[in-house]
Structures are given as C-alpha cells and as structure tokens.
Write a protein that binds this ligand. Sequence first.
Ligand code: 4AD
Ligand code: MG
Length: 477
Amino acid sequence: MTTKSIAELLSEDIILQDVTVNGWVRTFRANRFIALNDGSTINNIQCVVDFENFDEALLKRITTGAALQIKGELVESQGKGQSVEIQVKELEVLGDSDPETYPIQPKKHTFEFLRENAHLRTRTNTFSAVMRLRSALSFAIHKYFTENGFYNMHTPIITGSDAEGAGEMFRVSTLDAKKPPLTEDGEVNYKEDFFGKETNLTVSGQLEAETYAMSLGKVYTFGPTFRAENSNTSRHLAEFWMIEPEVAFMDLAGNMDLAEDFLKSVLGYVLENNKEDLEFLDKRLQDAEKSLPQAERSPMNLIEKIKFVVDNNFKRVSYTEAIDILRNSKPNKKKKFKYIIEEWGADLQSEHERYLVEKHFKCPVILFDYPANIKAFYMRLNEDGKTVRAMDILFPGIGEMVGGSQREERLDVLKEKMKALDIPEEELWWYLDLRKYGTAVHSGFGLGFERLVMFATGMNNIRDVIPYPRTPQNAEF
Ligand code: 4AD
Ligand code: MG
C-alpha cells in the first residue's frame, strides 16, 4: 500500500487498488462523505465512510481542518464531479481541529478576515490556487532564463548603497537606537556600527547585477527587495520579490524584446501547466461579477486576459507620444484626470498609466524615452540631452509591471549625473570601475514578482499574493 498525493490519485487510471492518503478535512457530510485535501491540487478526494463500521467517537473527530490518514480502496466514483473516490477501510485522526475555534469554516470568508489568518488561509481553495500559481511562475522564470543562457546570481540583501537613489531604505544597524554612539559633532557615529558604515536592506540588486553582466554576459537576480515607501496601496509592499535580468552588449530595443518575450513565456507556462487552478480562479471572478450590471463586467475573463497578453504584441510608445495622447484625452465623457499634465517632463500618475493601457491602447504598453529628471541616475542619456533610455511596461489592471533601462556606460557622463544628484563617487567607486575598465552598452529591467502573480491570478490586492505581506503598520506574522 503506497502513500500518494491526491493529485496523483485523481490522475490514476488503475482503480481497485489499495491506497493510503493524508490530508485535511474540508467537509464531512452525512456522517459518510469526507472531502479531503492535501494541497497537491485544487480538487478534494471524496472518502466514503461506512459509518456502521466505525466508532461514533472517532467519527465525531472528523471535523473541518482535522488532519487524517486514510487507508482504503480507490474505486470508480458513483457521485457527480469526480472520477474516483476512496472506500475507507482504516481511518486515523492525526490531528484534531476544534470546530468551535477553527477559523477556516466551510463558508465564504472575506479576504480581510483571511489576511488576519494568513497562517491558515492557504487551506482555502482561492489561496492554495494563488500560491501554487506563485510557485509555478517562480519555476517558469528560472526555466526561462536558464534556457536562454542566463546565470542566476544572488545579490546582497544588506548593502551600503541606494541603488535607486530614492532614499526609501530600511536601515540595518546593531547600534542602540535610543542611545547611539555620537561623533564629536553630535552625529550618529556609524563607524562604531557592525559594518563600520551606514547600511540598509537592498532596494534593488541592479547595480551588483550590472557588475556580473559585465563579466558573465547574461545574468539575473530573483530575490527579496525592501522599500520604506509610505504608500499604503493595493500594489505596494515594503518587502517584495524582484526579478532583475542584466545583459551586456544589449541596448534598449533589445531590452524591450527580452522583457516582452520573457513575460509571454512565463504566462504561457502557467496557461499550459496550471489549468485547474486558473479555471478555479477564473470562475471565482466570474461569479463575483455576476452581481454587477453587464456594462461593468470585464470584457475578458481571466484566462482570456492572460491569453491576450501571450498572443499579442505589446504597444511601444515614447513618453512624448504618450503625453500628447493624454493631453488630448478625457478619461470619460465628463471627468478630467485628477492630475492634469501641464507640460512635458511631468511624471505620469497611475490614472494616466491606466488610461493608456485600459482605455486607449487596450493592451500592455511599453513606454520609453522618459525625461531624465524623473528617472534614476544610472539611465543612459539620449542624444537630445533631456530624455533617457528608460522603459516601463504597463499592464491592464496592474499599472507598472516592469521598470528598466539601458545603462549609462560613459564614465564622464555618469560622473556628471551623480554630481548633479549629490551621489558621492566614493560610495559607488566599484560601479564607476565598470565604466573605466572595458565599458560597454548594457541593459536590464526589474519585474515586481507580486504584480505578475496578481495579473496571473486576477487577485486585486498585492497582500493576497504573497504569503506574509509586509505593509505599513503590519508585520504580524
Ligand atoms: O521601477 P523599479 O523601482 O526599478 C528598479 O528597481 C530597477 N533597479 C530595476 C532594474 O532596472 N533592474 O522597480 C521595478 C519593479 C516595478 O516595475 C514594480 O513592478 C516593482 O518592481 N515594484 C514593487 N512591487 C511591489 N511593491 C513595491 N513597493 C514595488 N516597488 C517596485
Ligand atoms: Mg519604476
């Protein structure tokens, strides 16, 4: 008798065999039908108990959430909706679950409630499906880069530099925050800190990835990044995972091609390999929309949206073209944008990004050649002297999915830029060395992993696609 996962059992064509299965009770109906789930698939296996053969005291312990080991015979199912079921011969309660206090009852719970029970929420269909898809996307990402000649590199979590120059960093320090050692001038003396200097959690592995691209050619990072942005939105986390490829001898056009091909490939992977979970989430969203008037329902369902991205070219538009479009548009008949773009050079707000993607082009958009003054210091200045070779990829329902650029490879131009922004050369001497020794055109981008998972699962809040979300005032688990 072998122990098998429920996913394996449901795909078996050999029936009438003895099997052992472990899992958690979802429901127990009529003292007879146990719906058991072990996380291997969205589907439960039905285990049929002949209650006359079992102790009443034992049957009472079969409650939602309890862990069971079941031995029995796999037979063709008489019931609807499943091909096979188990005729239970032996049953052991491995772990009881008190129905009075167990939070995850077989009914609809709100996502807010489930967030407060993040340690148990993957026992629901929605969250188990989301987290299986998250895992599959992670695999697809490593698969894509490995198959395309990239090396995976691990960049430091604790760093001494601010890669984005935005100052949104979490400090890392062993100093007593209340009574730090002071210099003669009364400033905090970081020389006495663990590393002998100020350090922080990384906001991006890009700068280190650039150093490896300039020797290994094609590299990528996939790791946690930290931002102390005070934006309490449904699209921002203080701790999120970022994928950052970096490629030597590749320009901005190549960067756009890479990002588009990459996104299509990883989304195509889950379409092919995660059908059951996607179909479940798709149906969930359609059911939720049933109460809305027809006009407010999404024109495409979840799987259609993913297929659309996989099958159609992204629209490539320069910042300057986008600004012209926005100046001549109204988001709807009466309303204007909340924030009116008065002049060239203003940063786009998310309402503008969403308008371009959802109303105007109705497909993913790659915006490129942004004004230099709204982008990071390391981006390659264009010949016009005022735009940089930056690109953002905007997705329907998500907004910014990817941010990337061709990097400034000219030592003198980079130094000038850093000077203008007060970035000390001593802090980034190693970064400048890349421009001194064998400099070359190179490019890369960063993809926010959770935003990709949001798109692939149709979840609306970024807190629901990462196991333990870190947001302002929230680090409960
Ligand atoms: O646009 P960002 O800030 O770009 C960089 O960090 C570059 N160093 C990347 C590179 O070129 N290697 O961030 C990249 C992406 C964004 O497009 C967004 O998807 C995601 O990271 N992101 C966040 N995701 C969740 N929560 C946040 N607070 C995020 N900030 C950025
Ligand atoms: Mg960005």
